[in-house]
Design a protein around this ligand. Sequence first.
Ligand SMILES: *[C@@H]1O[C@H](CO)[C@@H](O)[C@H](O)[C@H]1NC(C)=O
Length: 118
Amino acid sequence: MSTKAQLIILVSLLLLMRIPKRSEAEFEQWCVADEQTPDDELQAALDWACGKGGANCSKIQVNQPCYLPNTVKDHASYAFNNYYQKFKHKGASCYFNGGAMTIELDPSHSGCHFDFLP
Ligand SMILES: *[C@@H]1O[C@H](CO)[C@@H](O)[C@H](O)[C@H]1NC(C)=O
């Protein structure tokens, strides 16, 4: 094997070894409502999340930082994410009958913070 080939293999191995480390640190996911899901389905999932689901929905109540925009989709996104972050380590999934999806972009907006728990 030539020195150049050995070098290429060595560099490739080094790059491969870096990947798990990097993605572990950067693999942050939030759970939000899927835009394609009808509002009535999102509303039902939102009610469940804030009720039996155990999400803390205090921030989407009137006059709280995540009340606006006051849409079913935005409120469902907040509730889904709160539920998911709170219970993902206990096996909860970001599903909500197909009404939710994970994203890797922080959905927080002016004053409304979407938790991410490592
Ligand atoms: C819900 O969140 C609010 C604001 O972050 C906090 O003050 C409150 O104690 C929480 N309620 C529960 C039941 O965890």
